[in-house]
Design a protein. Structure first.
Length: 160
């Protein structure tokens, strides 16, 4: 049964990928990923050049070589973090209207905010949250912006 659910979810994702509006929303994230790949590839090339220059065929890398590999790993992680956040920022508004699971996540977020039991570093009071929604020209747009802020506020690399 889990396989059926996974297949069903995969099909839904493929259907979303075919939606041209969502594909357009992913362009900025695609650029972030391309730049990340280019930078990480340059660091790998530098690593390979240094190893080739010292005629290293195998064995332990030098401290300098290891630093390049670490830099490549950090760059890749930061780029993936940035890409994921960009995807959230750019696709959330359209996904809320098209995907029930996303809309449900937004509803859960709003409910937690109103109760004041949000899982964020600096929670705001429920009254303050509702006031910000009512003061905004578009209540739904403001709620989505608040949700995006929570999802992208910290580094995805950090865990508790």
């Amino acid at each position: 049964m889990a396989e059926e659910t996974s297949d069903s979810q995969s099909q839904k994702l493929r259907n979303l990928a075919l939606n041209s509006d969502i594909a357009k929303d992913c362009e900025s994230a695609k650029l972030v990923l391309e730049y990340t790949h280019k930078t990480a590839s340059s660091l790998l090339q530098a690593y390979e050049k240094i190893r080739k220059a010292r005629k290293a065929k195998s064995g332990t890398s030098t401290d300098q070589e290891q630093d390049l590999l670490r830099a490549m790993l950090v760059m890749a992680a930061a780029g993936l973090d940035g890409m994921a956040k960009q995807l959230i920022r750019d696709t959330m508004p359209s996904l809320v209207t098209k995907v029930q699971a996303v809309r449900s996540g937004l509803e859960t977020f709003i409910s937690r905010q109103i109760r004041g039991d949000a899982d964020i570093a600096e929670p705001i009071s429920g009254a303050k949250f509702v006031a910000r929604l009512f003061a905004a020209p578009s209540h739904q747009r403001q709620a989505i912006e608040e949700y995006i802020g929570e999802l992208t506020g910290g580094s995805l690399q950090l865990t508790n």
